[in-house]
Ligand binder design. Sequence first.
Ligand code: SF4
Length: 381
Amino acid sequence: MSDKTLTAVDVLLSPLEQEEMIGRLTAMASALDEWYQKEGRQLPWRTDSTPYHVWLSEIMLQQTRVEAVIPYYHRFLEAVPDIAALSEADDMQLVKLWEGLGYYSRVRNLKKGARQVMEQFGGQLPGNIRDLRSVCGIGEYTAGAIGSIAFGIREPAVDGNLLRVTSRLLAAEGDITRPQVKKAFHDILYTAMSFFPSSLYPGDFNQAMMDLGSGVCTPSQPDCTNCPVREYCLACMRDQAELFPVKSAKKARRVEEKTVLVIICEDHLLLRQRAANGLLAGLWEFPSVDGKLTVQQTARLLESMGIETTRLVSLSESRHLFTHIEWQMTGVLAICKKGCSFPDGWQPVTLADLQESYPVPSALRVYRKAAVEWLSGFFCE
Ligand code: SF4
């Protein structure tokens, strides 16, 4: 059978027929909405759901916990209150406002998207899914979220929460990492939404599913006893909630070992900028070398580069996980002689510059802390 002839039932491998799936989701939606109106999380972007606010919050929430996003959201909006301001904001200021949130391409795409909105849509996010999808950085999920929450469009916002909850409700055995399965979930939810009562706001449905997925129907140990939709849930009825969703195993991350050099020269530390493309593009980092070096090996390396040191201190090891890579790091703090010269591209930065202007990835937080403590006179070995 070619993919074109496959139905949602074939792809999802659910025991239910398509009409039954839609009926079950439609019946469940009202119970879910009742729960959401009482128990839904009070979040800043929900009290003022202008399209820009929803857009910003959804981009920040990608791969990031709600609690971590809230202070960033307020700080960002204070500095960049609307789409016009975003389209003209300084790149380094934007990355600094994003410092610590990770996945920095999100904020660059946000600015590109804002420029596009200014040029093509008169400064207003468009109120239809097709045009929203054309804006840089707005994919299918984000278009569904903005469309449904800010404009009331009947469109599902299919993220990990929606996939997990829906696969459990329908006891669907399709592997949710497969694009055809994701599309089948989207299509079933999209059709079901067209049968929802008109009093049920589409954005509330999507946000209720998000809340259910993050607080009740969690990845491990779903709380079926207290779930507002348990009487509609096939996986729960069969006592099989933890068997869903079906997911193929992820590939192991590539491990990269490195020694991070926290180099201090008088009242400056040395940073260098990462390449304009790729991982942590354009951010500032401490110079580093591949492999884990001892203090003695680091001393020899710096000497071979013509950098004279007066003191070297071993820093703790740390680890950072990216989507496909794992950094395993060790660090050395090196105090250099006055007047040392450094390789091209190594930028001397004061403590105030580090704190106010230079965005350093959170992957290096242990070494950033050591540099700040040294420059503030509070360093403890
Ligand atoms: S009943 Fe259990 S498995 Fe079903 S949606 Fe609720 S928490 Fe999830």
